[in-house]
Design a binder for this molecule. Structure first.
Ligand code: ADP
Length: 593
């Protein structure tokens, strides 16, 4: 999975969670709002119930009071006092706010009525078919809702029987009609949906006039017959109210309501309160929307912060990469500079070496010229004097002169011989040599000179023979060079002049040391003592080839020659060569035989 598709999946998952939580949040808010609406509906229906009961019951005792009036009894018993009864009923009606108060005889015919003077007068009308009349005549208390057959206006009828004065016999009935228009007008003005259904499930009072005389359920045939017998709803046709009901929820005229109802058992009615569900739905959608917006903003904020962090991190990485690139470039530049410096150094070294070579060549030329010129000019002088001596016949003197010339040429030959030794690499055969012997030979050679210069020679030779593989003449040449230098170094020294020669074994090596108590070698000279033609001696006394030749002889034999100053003063030269093992020695001897 690429990081990009991973990100989009994450985004989709996040968006899914956001939508789901908004949806659930909306449902929760809906349930809460619904709970509140139910509580409010219960409160409201209680209020409506009390207003309804109050409106209906406020005159329930009026028929009893009227029935006990003597004028009413007299009229029903002997037909006397009609005018007085009309006036009485009218005055009570006026005072009580009833719609009509009327008196019926045992047949149900109205004999007196408060509206006796109005065109809608009940007088003469027979209401024997009404249940309230029948119940009252049977001695009970009649209550009944009906649409007036005379007026066509709905009302609530309450009736009581009238007994003959002084007797228990029922002679008629007093009925009171209440009209509840004002109550319904109040309900309408309240803007709420409330209605009352009777025992037939027909709406008898309603805040909405369109719903009046509609039934909530189809009327059974028996009920229809009863209704037509009682003329409960007058001439009004009872149609079904088109409503979808599911539990407590009802849809009426395309509006959704929460239906709450309460029984009114003493009337056989039900009071219905319909609470509009729209605010609940609005609450749900607003909550969902708010949650969606909040979650969306949170998601946006989260993504924004994450993007900013990522950008910061990538900026930092880029800055670090730039810094590393910069460092690399600087390093490369430094390496380049160093490389150039090294190249320059090498060039300078090469130049120095070249210059050194030239200088050495110059020194060598001067030294050779000097060394060779001296005998040559002497030869020239001797040759001239030899000629003179021969011209004068002094032959024996001439022979002496010739001998001197020969000696001088010997000296020249020695110089050139030295140079040859230095120049060529020896291909001499190496054979076992005894170092103590070589030391002895060198000492013998120097014995006279040492004595003349009053130099003490101190020999410290380790017991037993020490053999090395080499060339005895060459080794002796080295020893002679070292001893000559030591002698030169101590020659001018006042007091005791001493040269020490030590020979010892050091592991597998043989070490030979030549030490003097002369002035030693200063630092500058120490660096150059093995350079060819380096000499501190006056011209004619030193050529500067002794140590250079000795060094190359020792190297050729696989050894080492080193110079240093001894701790108690004077120069100390040490020569280290590999000792021959007994096996090597035996092998060499057998080969020689
Ligand atoms: P030369 O003897 O002709 O000068 P060498 O190569 O033998 O040439 O010696 C080089 C130089 O080393 C000498 O000129 C001297 O300055 C220094 N040197 C060698 N041996 C000694 C020593 N034993 N004490 C002090 N200086 C020495």
């Amino acid at each position: 999975m690429t990081p990009k598709s991973g990100q989009s999946l994450l985004f989709i998952a996040f968006a899914g969670v956001v939508i789901a939580s908004a949806w659930i949040g909306g449902l929760v808010a809906e349930q809460i709002a619904l709970g509140r609406l139910e509580a409010t509906a219960r409160e409201r229906i209680t209020i409506y119930q009390s207003t309804l009961v109050n409106a209906v019951d406020r005159l329930q005792h009026l028929p009893l009071v009227v029935s006990q009036h003597p004028a009413v009894g007299r009229l029903l018993v002997d037909g006397q006092g009609l005018e007085a009864t009309h006036s009485y009923l009218a005055s009570v009606n006026e005072a009580s706010d009833a719609a009509v108060i009327y008196v019926l005889d045992r047949t149900g015919k109205t004999v007196a009525a408060s509206n006796w003077q109005s065109p809608e007068s009940f007088v003469g009308k027979n209401y024997g078919f009404r249940p309230y009349f029948q119940n009252a005549l049977a001695g009970g208390s009649g209550r009944f809702f009906a649409v007036g057959v005379t007026t066509g206006r709905p009302g609530y009828f309450v009736a009581r029987p009238v007994s003959a004065p002084g007797a228990l016999q029922i002679v008629g009935v007093v009925a009171v009609k209440l009209e509840l228009d004002s109550m319904q007008a109040d309900w309408r003005e309240g803007g709420e949906n409330v209605f009352v259904t009777d025992e037939n499930d027909v709406i008898i009072f309603s805040s909405n006039p369109d719903w009046a005389y509609r039934s909530l359920s189809p009327l059974p045939a028996e009920a229809r017959q009863r209704i037509s017998a009682n003329r409960t709803y007058g001439k009004k046709e009872i149609a079904i109210l088109e409503a979808d009901q599911a539990g407590n929820f009802i849809r009426l005229s395309n509006e959704h309501f929460l239906s709450t109802k309460t029984e009114l058992p003493s009337y056989g009615w039900q009071l219905h309160y319909l609470a509009d569900l729209e605010p609940v739905a609005v609450t749900r959608w607003l909550t969902s929307l708010a949650l969606l917006i909040i979650s969306g903003l949170s998601l946006f904020g989260f993504l924004y912060v994450r993007e900013r962090r990522r950008k910061r991190a990538s900026d930092k990485e880029a800055a670090e990469a730039r810094a590393i690139r910069g460092i690399n470039q600087r390093l490369e530049a430094e390496v380049e500079t160093r490389r150039n410096a090294e190249a320059e150094l090498r060039d300078a070294q090469a130049e120095l070496i070249q210059a050194g070579k030239l200088a050495a060549l110059g020194q060598m030329s001067a030294a050779i010229a000097h060394e060779v010129n001296q005998p040559i000019s002497a030869i020239r002088t001797f040759a001239a004097s030899g000629r003179l001596l021969l011209d004068r016949g002094r032959t024996s003197d001439a022979v002496e002169t010739l001998d001197q010339i020969a000696a001088l040429t010997e000296k020249i030959a020695q110089i050139t011989g030295d140079l040859k030794v230095f120049a060529r690499r020896s291909d001499d055969h190496l054979h076992p040599i005894s170092l103590p012997n070589s030391v002895e030979q060198a000492c013998v050679l120097f014995a006279d000179e040492l004595r003349a210069a009053e130099v003490t020679l101190d020999r410290q030779i380790e017991a037993g023979d020490i053999h090395v593989l080499g060339n005895s003449v060459r080794i002796e040449q080295v020893l002679v060079n070292l001893m000559r230098n030591a002698l030169d170094a101590v020659r001018e020294r006042p007091g005791v002049r001493r040269i020490t020669i030590a020979l010892l074994r050091d592991g597998e090596d043989a070490v030979l040391r030549v030490q003097d108590n002369g002035p030693g070698i200063d630092d500058a000279a120490m660096k150059r003592v093995f350079d060819p033609f380096f000499t501190t001696k006056p011209i004619g006394e030193g050529v500067g080839l002794g140590l250079a030749i000795s060094y190359s002889i020792v190297e050729e034999m696989g050894g080492r020659l080193r110079a240093k100053n001894a701790p108690d003063g004077g120069a100390l030269f040490s020569l280290r060569l590999k000792c021959m093992s007994v096996d090597q020695l035996t092998g060499e001897v057998e080969a020689a035989e």
